[in-house]
Design a protein around this ligand. Structure first.
Ligand code: PG9
Length: 626
């Protein structure tokens, strides 16, 4: 006889005074949720398990997987609110994807937040700097292997996306990629932390790296805030401490392993060149269709995306595998709203527009078999004129020198006579990078700083300002302007900061004053700001003392831009020797390691900027003939 199966016992509902009150089932208690959420510890090849959150709309079938690998806490990233509605729970950039059956996955990279293993900042690829056999490319491979086989609701195809550190992990997934990885959108990837991304720019140290390294060093979501590292106006606290090393020692931050790595590697040695991602990408075959994205005013990682594009693009023989996008955004602005930036306003939500018109169709094609959207090889937003441009290549402009001239003029005519201008750079009064009081941790100051009106420094005696006459026709630039500065110092080391600025007319049709809002009259909009540490003029790995009074040629790129200087506007070049406290002060006396400069090393120096026929300082603008 067939026996009836015994009924499972009904779960007890009785509680007693001693029923444990720590409840571990919140993930399951969402009776009206429109989504499914799974948390899995996904095993890597060495047995380490990585915390992985999977979220998709109920009813999803055959869904492609959109993966991000993060050091910033997968748990909180995927739980923006306590809602039962998927769009309230996930970051807003996922909205169009979840509506279309995508499965959203975020994973903590190894060793941080809820993942097992050991965290190493921007873990180097296996090789000279990493002998563990494990890196972000193997972890991405193992994660994709597991995800593509173990989510019954998926179609097994994976796309990877993410900005900044997550842009770095997206690129690493493309090295020896898993066959299920079908498309990648690395956004503002951290690529070379010495040349132009987070830690240094052309050798000048970015002081806010200390707080970042401190926060990450705890391995937890919020512990960084518990570690004291000073309060008040950043300008004062860093100035009063002395060198950056003295500041770090004052707060014990010099013990943090990554801070030690920074302070022990001030020059571009193999420590840095060995972990430059553009070099890794240059060596890797091009296998995954890639859309590289960066903000035109990316205050953290402006270098990475164009640098990687430069090495990947030559391998793209049909010009259909790799594309570059430059939008009118701050760092990671592509994933947020893009109506405005600082005082600038655009024609609508440029970030949403890009995501819906270009980025999602790109993923749809490779992950869902949707028709080829014919992604343009290069997509840029022409600020100033405010429209998108689709281009066949990058850069589009032809480098054309905008010279500095006598009487603080700027023009396309090379100087015919000798001349130079002097200023005194005094490390005890460095030029602030934004108006004081400064808090680099305050995102309202930090995010838009690259578009801050430069009038707050234009009249300082240690800032040289060269201005053109009003333009009678537009000047459109598409590419990276190149600084070509001929300069001498009375010291033995010096920093050189150069800016290209769009000066709005005093009666500005693009933004009249409204009520108490000043509008754009006379606005000095930085189109590019960059710094170069003088000791590296003869090689990033060979710092040398400068010879007092000797003219050196300093050549370096400003960030890549698409910008139209409109008729009536003026072109402006500014030169100065500090951007404090974002960049540490150059003592202007050559010392082996600036992190350890002593108070007596900091000396005022007279800086001379040359404008002669043979030493014609200029910013070469990538001008497009319209
Ligand atoms: N710019 C940040 C970062 C990336 C990589 C290393 C350190 C910092 C970020 O936004 O993730």
């Amino acid at each position: 006889p067939v026996l009836a199966k015994p009924k499972p016992a009904a779960p007890s509902t009785a509680v007693t005074p001693m029923t444990p009150d720590v409840f571990d089932s919140y993930d399951k208690v969402r009776p009206d949720a429109d989504f499914v959420r799974r948390v899995i510890m996904v095993p890597m090849r060495d047995g380490t398990k990585l915390y992985t959150v999977i979220v998709f709309k109920k009813g999803t079938k055959d869904g492609p997987i959109l993966l991000s690998r993060t050091p910033y806490d997968a748990k909180s990233t995927m739980a923006r609110s306590a809602s039962q509605t998927i769009k309230e729970v996930l970051p807003a950039m996922y909205d169009p994807f979840v509506d279309d059956g995508y499965i959203i996955v975020t994973q903590d990279i190894r060793g941080i937040h809820n993942s097992e293993g050991v965290y190493v900042m921007n873990r180097p690829l296996s090789g000279a700097l990493n002998d563990t056999g494990i890196d972000e490319s193997t972890d991405a491979y193992d994660a994709i292997d597991w995800l593509s086989k173990n989510i019954p609701e998926s179609n097994g195809k994976v796309g990877i996306i993410g900005s900044s550190y997550l842009g770095f992990t997206s690129l690493l997934a493309e090295i020896n990629p898993h066959p299920a990885l079908k498309a990648a959108v690395p956004q503002s990837p951290m690529v070379d932390g010495w040349k132009g991304d987070d830690w240094f720019h052309n050798g000048a140290f970015r002081v806010n790296s200390l707080s970042y390294a401190l926060g990450q060093s705890t391995g937890k979501a919020d512990a960084g805030a518990d570690i004291p590292d000073g309060v008040g106006d950043d300008y004062n606290r860093y100035l009063e401490a002395g060198s950056t090393g003295d500041y770090a020692r004052k707060w014990g931050i010099d013990q943090v392993p990554f801070v030690r790595k920074l302070m022990e590697n001030p020059a571009y040695t193999t420590f840095w060149s060995g972990q430059a991602v553009d070099k890794w990408m240059a060596a890797a075959p091009l296998k995954v269709p890639t859309m590289l994205v960066v903000g035109q005013w990316d205050q953290e990682d402006s270098y990475g995306a164009p640098a990687v594009y430069k090495v990947m693009e030559p391998k793209d023989t049909n010009n259909d595998m790799v594309s570059l996008v430059i939008g009118p955004w701050r760092h990671s602005g592509v994933n947020h709203y893009g109506y405005d930036l600082g005082a600038l306003t655009f024609t609508g939500d440029t970030a949403h527009e890009f995501r819906v018109k270009y980025m999602k169709p790109f993923f749809d094609h490779y992950l869902k078999g949707a028709p080829d959207p014919k992604t343009p090889p290069v997509l840029t937003y022409a600020t100033g004129a405010n429209h998108w441009n689709e281009s066949p290549k990058w850069p589009m402009g032809t480098l054309t020198p905008l010279y500095i001239g006598e009487n603080f003029t700027a023009s396309f005519t090379k100087p015919a006579t000798d001349g130079h201008d002097n200023y005194v750079s005094d490390p005890s009064k460095p030029v602030p990078f934004i108006p004081r009081p400064i808090s680099m941790a305050d995102s309202s100051q930090w995010k838009p700083w690259l578009v801050h009106d430069q009038r707050f420094v234009s009249d300082r005696p240690d800032v040289l300002t060269y201005t053109s006459t009003a333009l009678d026709k537009p000047v459109h630039i598409m590419g990276a302007p190149v600084v070509d500065l001929y300069a001498a110092t009375s010291g033995t080391d010096s920093d050189w900061v150069v800016k290209i600025i769009d000066v709005y007319p005093n009666e500005s049709p693009e933004g009249a004053a409204q009520g108490s809002k000043p509008g754009m009259a006379g606005f000095e909009l930085p189109i590019g700001i960059e710094i170069f540490r003088g000791r590296y003029v003869h090689g990033f790995d060979t710092p040398q003392a400068l010879t007092p009074g000797k003219i050196e040629q300093y050549k370096f790129e400003l960030p890549n831009v698409d910008h139209v200087f409109l008729p009536g506007h003026k072109l402006m070049i500014q030169v100065q020797s500090s951007l404090f406290p974002l960049y540490d002060r150059n003592p202007q006396t050559y010392v082996d390691n600036i992190f350890n400069a002593k108070p007596a090393d900091y000396k005022a120096a007279t800086e001379s900027i040359y404008r002669t026929p043979t030493a014609a300082s200029a910013v070469w603008l990538p001008i497009v003939k319209e």
